[in-house]
Design a protein around this ligand. Structure first.
Ligand code: 5CU
Length: 396
């Protein structure tokens, strides 16, 4: 393994913060952490109906890589990752809002503050992604609570302004710590194309916060049994993103928030590959006349108007796929690892040691960038510069 020549910025990397681990450990229903009676190993059971199927009900190992910041930093050092923009891993707070909305609102605030604390302790190495109190009992409560949390994240400065100089310096770090919000494809419960989402989008626009769309629920799950977790994650996750974003595009909602910045997980799922067909099917459907696709440029309108508005992580594990994406969207690809999904197969997942072994799940993506773009500017842009530009890291 040869480290990339430029220090990378990783925009797709997760943690289950210790507070969230405690929450999962305290639960008896999905999402939860169970203990393997044979070896005392913790296992993560979080996916919908994961506990109902024999192969998946054992969950997946969840060791220190998932919650220990020192292991994250060691992983970063191993792979020449200078900065990680860390998000809470799925299913965020989607389940909690349904069960206990006050607790959900409280957890969103606490987790966001945990990320700030983490980031101030590791300046320039760690940034946080905010999490929202999604899916409360009513749409209006959810919208209000989410917008309030977005505003809180976006406006730390007034709360701490006027404190002595050294604190002001720290404050400046605090302001830029949460620069993205992560959200599942269900949004506040009814998908990203729910018109009630518009208030959130506009609030994100106002606060100049980027929204990272990440799957959790899967699509087509009924077809995946018998193959462990592989098809749920390889296909279910990516199809879910594809569906959610296709619906968002066809809803026309994006036209009402022209400055909203969206980052799509796993290279947009299968959307870049299918957008031409989506364009054609939409063009020939009278129900979608409001999209006004019928003009001279109709062949590529959805690509020009929408696909090129999104940012994509470069998590394709394949240089040809990456090249194809670059051809379609240009300099809108940002490096991601998806750490700690998935640790090397041969590593004990729960060992407490700091490991310095390169992870194939990460080196494969770094190698894909190298093979596709070695020696040209695009390599540096994907590994680093696109993230600086997109997140405004140079300005803040
Ligand atoms: O590969 C992935 O992105 C993931 C993820 O984020 N969460 C998860 O539960 N499994 C795989």
């Amino acid at each position: 393994y040869t480290k990339p020549s430029v220090p990378c910025i990783d925009v797709h990397t997760h943690m289950y913060l210790p507070r969230y681990m405690d929450l999962l450990r305290s639960r008896s229903s999905v999402p939860k952490i169970i203990v393997n009676a044979k070896n005392g190993e913790d296992r993560l059971v979080i996916l919908p109906n994961e506990d109902e199927n024999k192969q998946t009900s054992v969950g997946r190992p969840v060791g220190g890589q998932y919650f220990d910041i020192h292991r994250k930093l060691a992983f970063m050092d191993t792979h020449n990752i200078e900065t990680s923009v860390i998000s809470l891993a799925n299913p965020w707070l989607d389940f909690l809002g349904v069960e206990n909305e006050d607790m959900c609102i409280q957890y969103a605030r606490l987790l966001n503050e945990d990320f700030e604390t983490l980031s101030t302790k590791h300046p320039n190495r760690v940034y946080g992604l905010g999490v929202l109190p999604t899916q409360l009992s009513t749409v209006s409560r959810t919208v209000d609570a989410c917008c309030a949390e977005i505003d809180y994240i976006g406006s730390h400065l007034p709360h701490v302004r006027g404190i002595i100089l050294v604190t002001i310096i720290i404050t400046m770090i605090i302001i830029i710590i949460i620069i993205i919000i992560i959200i599942g494809t269900h949004g506040i419960g009814k998908g990203l194309d729910d018109k009630n989402m518009l208030a959130l989008y506009q609030s994100l626009e106002r606060n100049d916060l980027l929204l990272f769309i990440h799957p959790h629920y899967g699509a087509g799950n009924e077809f995946y049994t018998g193959y462990g977790h592989a098809l749920y994650l390889a296909l279910g996750f990516t199809f879910e993103t594809t569906i959610a974003i296709s619906r968002l595009i066809l809803s026309g909602l994006l036209d009402s928030c022209p400055n909203l910045k969206l980052l799509l997980a796993h290279a947009g799922g299968t959307l870049p590959y299918l957008i031409g067909r989506l364009n054609s099917c939409a063009l020939h459907d009278h129900e979608l006349d409001h999209l006004q696709l019928q003009n001279d440029n109709a062949d590529n309108l959805l690509i020009q108007k929408y696909l090129k508005r999104f940012y994509f992580d470069g998590i394709t594990y394949n240089e040809l796929t990456l090249k194809c994406l670059q051809d379609m969207v240009g300099d809108r690809i940002l490096f991601g690892t998806d750490h700690p999904f998935f640790p090397p197969y041969y590593l004990s997942h729960t060992n407490k040691e700091i490991d310095t072994t390169p992870w194939p799940s990460t080196t494969t993506n770094q190698l894909a960038v190298k093979k596709a773009f070695e020696g040209n500017e695009t390599e540096k842009k994907i590994l680093r510069n696109n993230a600086i530009h997109c997140l405004g890291l140079d300005k803040k």
